[in-house]
Design a protein around this ligand. Sequence first.
Ligand code: FAD
Ligand code: FES
Ligand code: FES
Length: 445
Amino acid sequence: MERIDFILNGKSVSCEVEGDEVLLYTLRVRFRITSVKEGCGIGECGTCTVLIDDEPHYSCLTLSTKISGHDVKTVEFLSLNGNLHPLQEAFIKAGAVQCGFCTPGMLLSAYSLLLKGKKLDIQGIKEAISGNLCRCTGYQQIVEAIKDAAENGKFGGEGNGRKVEKRRSPPEGKGIKEILDMLYEKEDGRIIAGGTDLLVKARKKGVYNDYIDVTSINGLKGIREEDGRVIIGATTTHGEIQRDPIITGKVKSLSIACGLIGSPQIRNMGTIGGNIINASPAADSIPPLLVHDGVCILESKEGIREVPLSEFVVAPYETQLGKKEILTAIKVLPLNGYREGYIKVAKRAALAIARLSIAYAIKEKDGIIEDVRLAIGSCTPMPFRAYDGEGYLKGKSRDESTIAQGIKSIIDGIVDKSGMRPSYVYKLPVLMGLLSDILGGSYAH
Ligand SMILES: Cc1cc2nc3c(=O)[nH]c(=O)nc-3n(C[C@H](O)[C@H](O)[C@H](O)COP(=O)(O)OP(=O)(O)OC[C@H]3O[C@@H](n4cnc5c(N)ncnc54)[C@H](O)[C@@H]3O)c2cc1C
Ligand code: FES
Ligand code: FES
């Protein structure tokens, strides 16, 4: 058991938790807060949403040991002395509550959005609640209620007029040496970052892990420029990458890709390091990282080594990571003056795995393709950088026959790599259409 201290709904609390206990359990069982519900238990429904430091998170995929020193809010925070919060009143007025199962999570996602104080549009509201599913499908009324609360000055702001304790500072982080020592000592030790892959698998398989939290390592989070490269710390979340000015300016396809991962909750939790190590063929961060010549920086007691990402992923869900090694960062080449983007083909806008994805960066001068970089995900068993097709296109004028021949070279490269897979019957025509738009210049981000 481990002792944790945190702020819960404005008050300091503490309790003992198990090493693999999730916050959903801690809140429901140890604090008897039953507004936080378990729907799916694997990050797909949003009924367990809580705010951690005012940002929505799924409590079913948050280890309780992570929340020491943080501020946790559940829907109980909103009402004051038995009086509902204006946002709750707006939900009732708009008829936005039917069975009520999704309502606490919806309210918290909406509250977090309103706290940011930004001018709201319908798209922004839909995006903010995209990680919360309503089985009664009352979305129209929910969106109206949030809009109403924002527009008519009905938002009470933080604390809703009550005195709240200030957020405590999280405990001092650990050094990488301390975490490597734990990794060497614990036979069953399993590295965890955001937990959005690992805890889903643990839950599905019903396994226990002795978790070693790399998000507690000092200096593993954040983005900086060094010696002409952009260094992204392994525990930087997708949400942080999506918004970072260095990434939006110089690694644009990665910013777009991270903004399309999961839902706001998943983007606040999942890290780039976890996405790379999980090595799913559909991982959204990998194609843009390949386009930017990503290099993985790995550390163990034996020292530090660097491995190009194109060699690091060796098979679906398999990388070159050593048993006692940590991914500390990924180093990428910034690209200036490129037309760059990321396209994800998926069944729906949020909470969907890519059926096909393309990251691209193209530099042209006077109609000549000076440089072109293309990486394709969710097609071949591992994300594919189209070096042959790029080689054909480079230095040629951008006309119809060059584009057609370039696309043929890319498709040939894919079939050479993986053979003709059953899914190619529909994937290859879609890919050809998208490549034609991208290379022809009609697809611009
Ligand atoms: C509902 C839902 C929707 C999702 N949608 C998407 C999506 O649209 N696109 C997408 O690409 N992914 C998606 N994912 C998958 C997941 O969110 C991402 O892969 C995420 O980036 C994983 O990061 P994490 O920090 O949560 O990893 P964790 O679950 O903590 O770890 C994943 C793996 O990486 C290892 N690991 C983590 N960090 C390190 C490190 N620094 N060094 C060594 N090993 C490490 C762990 O041991 C584990 O094996 C989704 C997941 C869920 C539950
Ligand atoms: S219970 Fe469904 S997202 Fe957590
Ligand atoms: S009101 Fe029933 S699930 Fe949303």
